[in-house]
Design a protein around this ligand. Structure first.
Ligand SMILES: Cc1cc2nc3c(=O)[nH]c(=O)nc-3n(C[C@H](O)[C@H](O)[C@H](O)COP(=O)(O)O)c2cc1C
Length: 360
């Protein structure tokens, strides 16, 4: 059926009144104790007209959070800080899911009482971390022991339960951009020789187990995952992404998650400044409308190929200006052969409001 950007869509159990998904964007505006404050209330309330807001990456534990003034979801104070945010979004007619974040080796020890960061293996992130005391050289991580992995999964579960208490509509597992889950997925950073390393089925184990655990809290219809299958991210890469990521997507599809979002930094992307090769293999996800699974593949960049079949959420890789407006205008036109959905960044979202009002 032809659809436009402003048509509703079901994302698992979430009924989005339009196909504009706000990308997760770290803001660094939380208060002491990684507690969201009135800035977050206002920021997200202003954007509640999106079909769905994916929150800024939100730490599941102190071990997993190494970004100054990013919010968390492991303390009661953080839950209380999020409550007015979700209330404001809901009062304005919106929906918001919490993006759950463990940064793994990218957490500088200054955030965690001097404790060495953890990862799949003993590797070191590139460059310097942002910390409250300035930029500091990243440190070598220590591999998580097998007997610690249940505790890490329990941290995700606790954060997911806290997301529920805080009034979110669901959660998105941050499996992208070179953070902990990604460090386990890709063989450049996963050098393990136990059940979580080596063959692809082992490297996707943590992703699957955490997703299963989140489903245990929220149900499969309210759990989403974000992956970044295309090229190196923050020093994390894989020698055969065309084998790894379809296997990861198939595992998530089997769990029936609400949607899978694929971060695709392309040549026009602004997050990374240099061009990257784009990997375009089709992932084995089934259609939201016709298939057995509710999982939806979401391409998050306009440079992703137009694909027939399942609905595709695409992101413009744009910030502002005439190009944003013209892309959005195109997406407002119903298409006959596929459903086009856009994941528009916050700033472009502002312009979108102007577009729908008929003004630039
Ligand atoms: C300032 C900034 C903060 C971001 N924060 C997050 C985040 O918290 N979680 C995440 O998954 N991606 C994050 N991203 C990635 C964006 O969601 C998006 O995928 C990326 O910006 C690619 O779009 P672009 O090509 O328009 O830059 C961030 C990007 C930027 C520029």
């Amino acid at each position: 059926m032809p659809a436009s950007l402003l048509d509703p869509i079901k994302l698992g159990a979430i009924d989005a009144p339009n196909r504009i998904i706000m990308a997760p964007l770290t803001r660094g505006r939380a208060g002491p104790g990684f507690v969201p404050n009135e800035l977050a209330v206002e920021y997200y309330r202003q954007r509640a007209s999106a079909g769905l807001i994916i929150s800024e990456a939100t730490g599941i534990s102190q071990e997993g959070l190494g970004w100054p003034s990013a919010p968390g979801l492991w303390t009661d104070a953080q839950v209380e800080g999020w409550k007015p945010v979700t209330e404001a979004v809901h009062a304005a007619g919106g929906r918001i899911v919490a993006q759950l974040w463990h940064m793994g080796r990218l957490v500088h020890s200054v955030f965690n009482d001097g404790k060495q960061p953890v990862s799949a293996s003993a590797t070191k992130g590139e460059g310097r971390a942002h910390t409250p005391v300035g930029r500091l050289e990243l440190e070598e991580a220590r591999p998580l022991r097998l007997d610690e992995i249940p505790r890490v999964i329990a941290d995700y579960v606790a954060a997911a339960e806290n997301a529920k208490r805080a009034g979110f509509d669901g959660v998105q597992l941050h499996g992208a951009n070179g953070y902990l889950i990604d460090q386990f997925l890709r063989d450049g950073t996963n050098l393990r020789d136990d059940d979580y390393g080596g063959p692809v089925e082992n490297r996707i184990r943590l992703l699957r187990e955490v997703t299963e655990a989140l489903i245990g809290v929220w149900g499969k219809d309210r759990v989403a995952v974000r992956l970044s299958p295309n090229g190196e991210t923050q020093g994390v890469d894989d020698s055969a992404p065309e084998i790894l990521f379809p296997a990861a997507a198939a595992a998530l599809d089997a769990l029936g998650i609400a949607f899978l979002e694929l971060r695709e930094p392309g040549p026009d992307g602004t997050f990374w400044r240099r061009p990257k090769p784009i990997w375009r293999a089709a992932l084995p996800m089934r259609s939201a409308s016709g298939g057995r699974s509710s999982a939806i593949p979401i391409w998050s960049n306009a440079s992703a190929p137009a694909r027939p079949g399942p609905p595709t959420i695409r992101r413009a890789g744009i910030r502002r200006g005439p190009r944003a407006i013209s892309i959005i205008r195109r997406w407002l036109t119903p298409r006959s052969n596929q459903t086009r959905i856009s994941c528009v960044p916050a700033k472009a979202g502002t312009h979108l409001r102007s577009v729908s009002d008929g003004a630039d």
